[in-house]
Design a protein around this ligand. Structure first.
Ligand code: 7TS
Length: 419
């Protein structure tokens, strides 16, 4: 499952000190129901290191001001911090320019922006948009709404029993009617990593743009948008050890230039008269109104923090936890792992034959263990696997083997009580 590249192993074992990393996250010291918190709900949101909290607070304490509009010192300082964050993000995903980085509220808003702006302009009656079976609702509903408005058709790439996209079915599905493809890079419910490079290459051979939902990929896999050659990519700050309420839309500059604004208001204009408005240049054309300034600064700080530890090291650590946990739960009676693809991020979804996931979640909570139970905003995927919900443990950079043991012991107790 993990990359056994020797330099990586060496750098990981030399540099990766999970105890020291845990010290950076104040919340990890709290007790829940009298037990130490074991936080295994990182796919829902990650905890924040002190560095991110400080950088965010610092803005409010020392230079709170609106951006892009004041000549006074505080406004200039805030603008500089906000725009520096954009450059950190541009470098993090290797975008060509900072004008390709749009601040949004998160993955959901980024996808809605593309569906509304690119979609409304380019999708016509009879066109087809392709997504996959494992999409989060935020990569289903905006396209469904667009299809309903335009009388277009949404087509769904099927998956196999392991939870992997059946690429041959995608090959059969794509045709001259296809006008857009939007797929998840790594699934929040299954953990599998999709063959996005292959999907993009095939779509591009038909001149079809591709959007990637990278909400779960961005904190596990090194993303290089130029190498991927994706047309759009979305992610959220809060899954990347950054604040909530802030996220990114990456778009190739030629698409963004040609797209109409998503929202109208302050900052997105160049000149307004009652007769006519001209729009600001990129990226501001898509950033109407006062943004989450502290959030953007916090997201930049989160990336700085991650880069200090090394994304490859974090991914390697999470893969060790995933392998260990997968092996440990495989022996539990009546437990079925949902999502058994070869390439996975640190997500372990499972279903007990005779125990409802909500009972699993509630029982574990009393052991101090936080996991997510439910449909994970992927109801069609749950239907595909014939389960109403799953229990999902998802790992972050600060989790330990001992924490996995607490989870597994909790599951054993559940079997004794309910089994
Ligand atoms: N796409 C994927 C793959 C996700 O995992 C999520 C959030 C989203 C989109 C939406 O992100 P947002 O930040 O705009 O809300 N996933 C989850 C989850 O798995 N549990 O809670 C939120």
């Amino acid at each position: 499952m993990h990359n056994k590249n020797s330099t990586l192993v060496e750098s990981y074992s030399k540099l990766y000190d999970v105890r020291k990393i845990r010290e950076d996250f104040p919340i990890l010291k709290i007790m829940v129901h009298g037990k130490p918190l074991v936080y295994l709900d990182n796919a829902a949101t990650t905890q924040k290191p002190q560095y991110v909290i400080d950088k965010t607070n610092n803005y409010y304490e020392k230079y709170n001001a609106n951006i892009h509009r004041g000549v006074h010192a505080l406004s200039q300082e805030a603008t500089e911090a906000f725009e520096s964050s954009r450059i950190i993000i541009k470098n993090f995903i290797n975008a060509l320019g900072k004008n390709e980085i749009i601040f949004t509220r998160g993955t959901t808003e980024s996808i809605n922006l593309v569906a509304s702006s690119y979609g409304r302009k380019n999708i016509k009656e009879g066109d087809e948009i392709i997504i996959s079976t494992m999409e989060h609702h935020s990569n289903i509903v905006p396209w469904q709404m667009l299809c309903a408005e335009k009388n277009a058709k949404l087509r769904i790439i099927p998956i196999n029993e392991e939870g992997e996209i059946i690429f041959e079915e995608f090959e059969k599905m794509i045709n001259e009617k296809t006008k857009f493809v939007s797929v998840v890079y790594a699934s929040n419910s299954l953990g599998n990593v999709n063959p996005v490079k292959k999907i993009i290459s095939l779509a591009h051979s038909y001149n079809i743009p591709v959007m990637l939902d990278a909400a779960q990929a961005v904190n596990h896999l090194k993303i290089d948008v130029q190498q991927l050659d994706c047309d759009f990519l979305a992610f959220s700050g809060h899954k990347l050890y950054g604040p909530t309420g802030i996220g990114i839309l990456y778009g190739k500059v030629n698409h963004l230039e040609a797209m109409p604004p998503y929202q109208g208001g302050g900052d997105m204009i160049s000149k307004v008269t009652f007769e006519e408005t001209t729009y600001n240049e990129l990226p501001h054309k898509f950033e109407a109104g006062t943004p989450d300034i502290a959030g953007a600064i916090g997201l930049g700080a989160a990336i700085e923090y991650i880069e200090k530890i090394g994304l490859e090291n974090i991914a390697y650590h999470e893969n060790i936890l995933l392998e260990y946990a997968t092996k440990a739960v495989s022996d539990l009676q009546g437990l079925r792992i949902i999502g058994t693809a070869k390439e996975k991020i640190g997500v372990l979804s499972f279903h007990f034959e005779n125990v409802h996931p909500h009972d699993v979640g509630t029982f574990l909570d009393f052991e101090g263990v936080a996991i997510r139970t439910g449909h994970h905003c992927t109801q069609p995927l749950m239907r595909r696997f014939g389960v109403p919900a799953t229990s999902r443990a998802s790992f972050g950079m600060y989790n330990t083997i001992e924490e996995v043991d607490v989870l597994v012991n909790g599951l054993k107790k559940i079997l004794e009580v309910f089994g």
